[in-house]
Design a protein around this ligand. Structure first.
Ligand code: NAD
Length: 337
């Protein structure tokens, strides 16, 4: 039913039903690493909830999936037996859009709210799960998942099995960095083939396989799963001494972190289309899964100026690829090897 034709009571009921459903799907996805619906189904229902809440702002509840990072995630329940880690700087989600026009609209708002003209750093949206890494005097001391944004799970022992993540940095910095843990397509195909042959349930996609493999009590299992990583963020830009997001990535490379090399700086939003077209075409050939492109304000001073909502930064946005593509890629991965 079109939103404008709903009564207040009908809208209230639909908001409750959608919230309950999204939280249930979130539990399956974030807790069990075993979703029962495709991402585009989740996204479509989420978009409907956003639209309903926009039309009825008084019905926005603090525990709505639109107001929480990873709604349905039981970060503090200790369901897996992993220790809890508090994130003093919350680990946020990303706002998402599904068209170039929406990116242009987002650019207009961002440019209006910032005090200078925006340049953007474009990055691939890696289809994995977020990780926080803490280094003290250049040594890795703790790794944790995003959880509900405020409380994550301690996966230090597991992360130490991932070869790409440095135990020691090239400089003795004390810093927390963030990025993505993912499972490459070849490792995913191999894992699912092995599970299939052993009569075990296969993972729905590389993202869930990566999450399931990282959130293990026994690091030996994680070690056997061949996880990879790309690091792309720190809240402590002063520690690494740069004032652009593209500069952050370059410094991360110097420090020894795995950094994806496909980022690109653009000076006007219209140029985003070339990048999106390029990676829509290259997507199948990449050795890792991507589900979109992340557009980030390149000037880190503007990042501070624009700030965050309770759930998402205002200085970045994710453009998500259309669902048909996602389905094709998942099928290709599942049936290769
Ligand atoms: P998200 O995964 O869409 O976006 C935020 C995340 O993107 C960040 O936390 C970060 O980990 C990641 N990311 C990857 N590359 C990045 C880069 N270069 N820069 C910055 N971040 C990068 O958001 P979310 O809130 O975790 O999850 C929402 C999405 O998860 C939904 O849109 C849906 O597709 C999916 N989901 C699916 C189900 C399901 O049942 N299928 C359930 C819940 C969520």
């Amino acid at each position: 039913t079109p939103i404008e034709q709903l009564s207040f009571t009908q809208a209230q009921q639909e908001i409750k039903d959608l919230s309950d459903e999204l939280i249930k799907w979130g539990r399956e996805y974030y807790e069990d690493d075993n979703p029962s619906v495709e991402d585009y189904v989740y996204d479509a229902n989420y978009a409907r909830l956003v639209a309903l809440e926009k039309a009825y702002p008084t019905l926005v509840m603090p525990d709505s999936p639109t107001q929480r990072v990873a709604a349905g995630n039981a970060a503090d329940s200790g369901s897996r037996g992993l220790a809890k880690v508090v994130h003093p700087v919350p680990m946020l989600s990303l706002g998402d859009v599904f068209s170039i026009q929406e990116l242009m609209d987002w650019d207009a708002v961002t440019t209006k709210n910032a005090s200078s003209q925006q340049h953007y750093n474009l990055e691939l949206k890696i289809d994995g799960l977020a990780i926080s890494l803490k280094y003290e005097n250049g040594r890795l001391i703790q790794a944790s998942t995003r959880g509900d944004g405020s409380i994550g799970e301690d996966v230090t022992a597991n992360v130490r099995t991932i070869k790409e993540i440095p135990e020691t940095l090239s400089e003795p910095l004390t810093i927390e960095v963030r990025g993505e843990i993912y499972m490459g397509k070849a490792s995913f195909a191999r894992l699912n083939q092995e599970r299939d042959e052993a009569g075990e349930a296969v993972f729905a996609n590389p993202r869930n396989a990566a999450a399931g493999s990282l959130r293990q009590l026994d690091p030996k299992i994680t070690a056997a799963r061949q996880l990879s990583s790309f690091i792309y963020y720190t809240a402590q830009n002063d520690v690494i001494g740069t004032d652009t997001q593209s500069g952050v990535l370059a410094r991360f490379r110097e420090l020894g972190f795995p950094v994806n090399a496909d980022n690109r700086v653009i000076t006007k939003m219209a140029d985003v289309k070339t990048y999106i077209d390029e990676f829509t075409a290259k997507r199948d050939q990449l050795p890792f899964g991507i589900d979109g492109v992340v557009v980030k304000v390149n000037d880190l001073n503007m990042e501070n100026e624009l700030g965050n909502t309770v759930k998402i930064p205002r200085w970045a946005i994710a453009y998500k690829f259309p669902p048909e593509e996602a389905l094709t890629v998942v099928r290709d991965i599942t049936w290769t090897v």
